[in-house]
Design a binder for this molecule. Structure first.
Ligand code: SAM
Length: 274
């Protein structure tokens, strides 16, 4: 099957420009998209879900790496004809879904496919809610997530207690996955360049993930929502001193001093005191 035309040519031919409201910053350099596919791998014969394929730069690299099937979800229908051009080249491995990834039922899309990977150069405006949605359901696909975020968000996902970026996102992510930055990309790697640099995070589901992310969300939202306050005050509405004693967490500590295991004890105590 012939290679599809270079993406830049296809974008020009179709008169497609990036829409800010859809967080569109494209990766047109195959060296970069191939590197992301490598960091997400091994992908040969593995089901993969890609969010926001846009003009298809990363999609091409994922297909080259052997993803099968590759299911892509794109909200901007202007790109559907460009993506359709990749279907014959993919030899039937590419499946295109038009829609909003926030509403997508990933488990249904991947039903029966076996452990699947999620790979995306995420739209910045919905990157964090999408990550939290996927963290809550890692058991549905059981594969790694390899995700490009704004650098600041990537640092918040991988932060350890004591780091400036440590907060709710680190606790949620690392309670169900191991998380590390595997690649950095300067703003100039994208067309058009965003205002900030980006980084790719790889998240691998833990063998024994913390089972109740909803309780963890409640506790971390309250604690980090008032991060300068002592926990006995920021967590007063959730049980205050009794909750902290049950979790063996000092009442005078602040959220940023509590490690991930501490937040998990708080979430478990919150559930049993409810
Ligand atoms: N993957 C392409 C690349 O690397 O060149 C495009 C990445 S661009 C940062 C984000 C893509 O996500 C855009 O194509 C945009 O239209 C799409 N998008 C934005 N919001 C979305 C949503 N809620 N659901 C699905 N796709 C979305």
């Amino acid at each position: 099957m012939n290679e599809p035309p270079p993406i830049r040519d296809a974008l020009e031919r179709e008169g497609l420009w990036a829409k800010k409201s859809f967080g569109q910053h494209f990766l047109l350099d195959l060296n970069i998209t191939r590197r992301i596919a490598r960091e997400a791998g091994p992908l040969a014969g593995r089901p993969v879900l890609e969010i926001g394929p846009g003009p298809g730069g990363l999609t091409r690299a994922l297909l080259e790496a052997g993803a099968a099937p590759l299911i892509v979800i794109e909200k901007d229908r202007r790109f559907l004809p460009l993506l359709e051009e990749l279907v014959p080249w993919s030899q039937g491995r590419l499946r295109i879904v038009e829609g909003d990834a926030l509403d997508a039922d990933e488990a249904a899309l991947l039903a029966g496919a076996g452990p699947a990977a999620i790979v995306s150069n995420l739209p910045y405006n919905v990157g964090t809610p999408l990550l939290v949605k996927w963290l809550k359901a890692t058991s549905d696909w059981r594969g790694a997530m390899t995700l490009m975020f704004q650098k600041e968000v990537a640092e918040r996902v991988v932060a350890r207690v004591g780091d400036e970026a440590y907060g709710r996102l680190a606790v949620l992510a690392q309670s169900v996955c191991s998380a590390r930055i595997v690649m950095r990309a300067p703003a100039r790697a994208f067309v058009p360049p965003p205002k900030v640099d980006s980084a790719v995070v790889r998240l691998d589901p833990l063998p024994a993930p913390y089972p109740d992310l909803s309780a963890l969300e409640t506790v971390t939202a309250a604690a980090f929502g008032q991060r300068r306050k002592m926990l006995r005050s920021s967590l007063a509405a959730l049980g205050g001193e009794a909750l902290l004693a049950a979790a063996d967490v000092p009442a005078t500590a602040r959220a940023e001093e509590i490690d991930i295991a501490g937040f998990q004890r708080l979430a478990s105590a919150f559930q049993s005191l409810k």
